[in-house]
Design a protein around this ligand. Structure first.
Ligand code: CO
Length: 226
């Protein structure tokens, strides 16, 4: 059998494996038995639904260790009721792991949100971003208050988080959890790339009634931001 000779792309990724070894050794030195404990079970209290953007790494931002945060990320942190990927993560988190909090986390200057506001075509992803365009259409009068493109992107980043929290609340998974009295709170945050700070958009809800009462004030606050 011919010996496998690493090509250049392979050698350029090699350093990640080296960094992984160093990381695992460091953690084990600081917390002996850490990985054996995690391998036995995971019991995170939080589900993070965020953007795939490399600048928004879930665990680092909230300073949580492996095992403490269940994570789903996609372009522009969208929750679609026919997306079995996101719904499967949500169901496992709520029904099996019994997380106590689900947070939708957007970020300012999101490339997906910007693309949704632009007229230009980006290929396949346009179909995914239609969901964000639906949010923009719903809040057109608010977004049209200013001409400034960056202001419009940032407001749509916030509005999109609020609407995706509503989508999470309206899944059968969350509706049924609330119906059976399972403690479960939803939250909407937006992250600042320029300052590393997470901001609460005030759409937290532990019931349908609470969501209903927080929705309009949250949208109004988006209008006043920036
Ligand atoms: Co983004």
């Amino acid at each position: 059998m011919a010996r496998f000779v690493p090509s250049r792309p392979m050698s350029s990724i090699r350093h990640l494996l080296d960094r992984n070894r160093a990381w695992a050794s460091r953690i084990t030195a600081e917390h002996p038995g850490f990985f054996q404990g995690l391998a036995a079970q995971q019991a995170p209290r939080y589900l993070w639904i965020g953007c795939a953007d490399s600048r928004v790494p879930a665990n680092e931002i909230v300073d949580l260790a492996p095992g403490e945060l269940f994570v789903h990320r996609n372009v522009a942190n969208v929750v679609v009721h026919t997306d079995f990927n996101c719904l499967s993560v949500l169901q496992f988190a709520v029904d099996v792991l019994r997380v106590e909090h689900v947070m939708v986390v957007g970020h300012y200057r999101c490339g997906g949100i910007r693309a949704a506001l632009e007229e230009t075509s980006h290929g396949l992803i346009d179909n995914w971003l239609r969901h964000v365009q639906d949010v923009a259409l719903r809040h057109k009068p608010l977004l049209d208050r200013r001409d400034d493109p960056d202001w419009r992107v940032d407001r749509l980043c916030e509005l999109n988080v609020v609407e995706q929290v509503v989508h999470v609340a309206r899944t059968t998974i969350v509706e049924e959890a609330w119906r059976r009295g399972q403690p479960l709170a939803l939250h909407g945050f937006v992250y600042g790339l320029a300052d590393g700070i997470l901001r609460d958009l005030g759409i937290e809800a532990a019931s349908t009634a609470e969501l209903r009462s927080h929705y309009a004030p949250a949208i109004a606050r988006c209008a006043g931001n920036g």
